[in-house]
Design a protein around this ligand. Structure first.
Ligand code: SF4
Length: 220
């Protein structure tokens, strides 16, 4: 299978089987999504969704969070990973929104990555989900699933994965493709013991092809 055929198979399959893929984080506006994505780094969306209702009730906007003390915020996010750092990032992010961006979440990568706690992945999520611009945020699921299927080759960093996916996925599908790969990685192509038996991508998956050859003792 050529690279083009592989991409074509994968995109067709996801379009048929996951036509409405979207983030599983709960939010009602760009500020809440930004807070939720910062909290979700190396943490599950499920866990983040458990803490954000109380957090958003207490700090519904950048103004309220910018004037909060560490001790006000940390107890509300204590159950997520790296709660101390994330608390500092959230307050710093809110302060910068007030000081530089009129309290609003900015809409470009260049502006977003200036915010504390916001790296390229988080910025890509905001750019694509909030501002409907093409963006491919690469988290651990996207990195792993793209490599296993064979959508990426020898990608060593999230940026290399991003570049290869952006070069091969139509611009208008980039944002949803991010959700396809995340959800597939979360529920089917899991890190340990991927559920290949129930995966519709088998015919196009390099990992599956190699694994099956290995099991059958076929030499390449
Ligand atoms: S066939 Fe297996 S390794 Fe390939 S994408 Fe599906 S679950 Fe992942």
């Amino acid at each position: 299978m050529t690279k083009k055929e592989r991409y074509s198979f994968v995109i067709d399959w996801f379009q048929k089987n996951m036509p409405n893929a979207e983030t599983e984080l709960h939010y009602t506006d760009p500020f809440e999504l930004l807070v939720a994505v910062i909290l979700s780094a190396q943490c599950t969306d499920k866990r983040v969704n458990l803490v954000t209702p109380a957090l958003f009730q207490r700090f519904p906007n950048a103004e309220s969070l910018a004037s909060a003390e560490f001790e006000d915020v940390e107890p509300l996010v204590r159950s997520v990973t790296f709660a101390n750092n994330k608390t500092r990032h959230l307050i710093g992010m809110a302060k910068m929104l007030i000081e530089k961006f009129n309290g609003q979440v900015p809409g470009t990568m260049e502006e977003l990555v200036q915010l504390p706690g916001v790296g390229r992945k988080t910025a890509n999520v905001i750019v694509s989900v909030v501002f409907h611009q093409p963006g491919m945020a690469v988290d651990t699921h996207v990195f792993r699933v793209a490599a296993r299927i064979g959508l990426t080759r020898d990608a060593k960093t999230p940026l290399q994965t991003e570049d290869q996916l952006v070069a091969n996925i139509p611009r208008k599908l980039l944002s949803i493709a991010h959700h396809w790969l995340i959800l597939h990685g979360r529920y089917v192509c899991v890190a340990r013991n991927p559920k290949c038996a129930e995966c519709g991508l088998r015919p196009a998956c390099k990992y599956y092809e190699t694994d099956m050859k290995h099991i059958a003792g076929v030499n390449e």
